[in-house]
Write a protein that binds this ligand. Sequence first.
Ligand code: DAH
Length: 347
Amino acid sequence: MNDLDDLVQSAEADFAQAATPAELENAKARYLGKAGRVTELLKGLITLAADEKKSRGAAINQVKQHVEAALVARRQSLADADLERQLQAEALDVSLPGRQRGRGGLHPVSRVIERIEAIFGSMGFEVADGPEIETDWTSFTALNNPENHPARSMQDTFYVDMKDAQGRWLNLRPHTSPMQVRFARAHARKYADCGAMPEIRVIAPGRTYRVDSDATHSPMFHQCEGLWIGENVSFKDLKVVFTDFCRSFFETDDLRLRFRPSFFPFTEPSAEIDIAFSSGPLKGQWLEVAGSGQVHPNVVRNFGLDPERYIGFAFGMGPDRLAMLRYGVNDLRLFFDNDLRFLAQFM
Ligand code: DAH
């Protein structure tokens, strides 16, 4: 093998060893650069005699062409490898299932409220909605809860830095009971000229607020008010309706109701409604589910109705509490932490 063949082989080996375009360009310089081996050979021609120069020159030129061809080939194979790597890295597996859009769902408390609405709706109750920022009159005074009366402190009310037309602080409603007043007054007005009025049957679910926070109390919670006013409505009706409601709500006839004497300024007499299941994990335990009572004559008067003619009852229950019982949740705060690991269980 002569020195020229040797050079071509050595260039090919060098190029093959270059793993990157930069290494390849360095290797090229060693052969074809200004001081490269091929260039040096060409420079050496100057010392040769004319005829020798011709044949040697042709041979070196051939070597140069081989080296250049090897260089181009290696450049191409490095570029191919690079492209292949890139394709691999960016490979798409079109057989993978697509990314699905997260499925939304109703919050457990919303589901419970919908359930309450559906059940009371089937018993002829309307569903009403009202403001969460209330006046002093609707939250307290109209409900027979006079200013400075100690019963006002039953609720640790949030006040709003804004006053109503009477110069009294507005409040974040501490219960849904103001809706009794709003709905009954509108209803009474609507039929004022008719000489008679269809019964008021309404529930009013919504958000309520108190300065209260522990495992069973949250500063924002829910209540659902109920009001049934007519010319001939009694506690017996309340018991029937509420028993029916509880049986539908908990999907069992296996429960009993108990009225436990209590006090609310807006009802007289007043009672807490307790239920007890006859089977299941809570068997035999009395659980408070609502406050209730016969609407106080002063409140009926504030509805714009004659308490000698109209009588009825009201109740207020806690959908959060009902949700805890229905779903077996023991910490109210879970409903409001918005942890999807908890909420997703109800979807
Ligand atoms: N508003 C009462 C509370 O927040 C609940 C209540 C009790 C509502 C008796 C009523 C009722 O309508 O008659 O504790």
